[in-house]
Design a protein around this ligand. Structure first.
Ligand SMILES: [Zn+2]
Ligand SMILES: [Zn+2]
Length: 165
């Protein structure tokens, strides 16, 4: 089953623009038909009702493209911002995140060293990535204890410190 609706939006930002305006006609793709599958619903933290997964926005690793019927617009969402979801959505997200996993670190010969410390850290980060759907290439340190943050930690405070709060 699919539902659909018509909306004009900026493809890059996923933002709905009030139309018709001349600017929108010039700059943005015209009417796009958003097709979504009714089975792929999830609750979006900070909004109400069912939202629907659409696809890949090609912005950041782990980010997904979704539809908000309440605001009639598309938006980007990470798994950490999703609440309850359908079983179909759960499998969709899991498959998406598997396909979105960043590559493992390689040594100077370009090979993956499965025994290395970097690889072990990467494994932990990827495991957490499946919970958070977040990934950054920035090197960050925990604001509280100063230990290195995993690339998939969505906050500036490490899990250890968070659990102590
Ligand atoms: Zn919404
Ligand atoms: Zn910490």
């Amino acid at each position: 089953m699919t539902g659909d609706c018509q909306v004009r939006f900026c493809e890059r930002l996923g933002v709905k623009f009030p139309l018709p305006t001349r600017l929108a006609t010039l700059k943005f793709t015209m009417i796009n038909k958003i097709k979504y599958d009714n089975n792929l619903w999830f609750q979006h933290k900070g909004c109400e009702g069912k939202h629907y997964l659409i696809g890949n926005p090609h912005t950041h690793i782990g980010r997904m493209w979704a539809w908000c019927p309440k605001e009639e617009r598309t938006f980007f969402v990470s798994k950490a911002d999703m609440g309850e979801m359908s079983e179909q959505a759960r499998y969709w997200v899991e498959g998406y995140l598997n396909g979105n996993q960043p590559d493992p670190p390689v040594n100077k010969d370009g090979d993956v060293d499965f025994e290395s410390q970097e690889y072990r850290i990467w494994t932990n980060a990827v495991e957490l990535f499946h919970e958070t759907g977040y990934w950054t290439d920035e090197e960050r340190k925990c604001e509280k204890c100063g230990s290195a943050l995993l690339q998939s930690e969505p906050t500036e405070i490490c899990r250890n410190c968070l659990s102590k709060n």
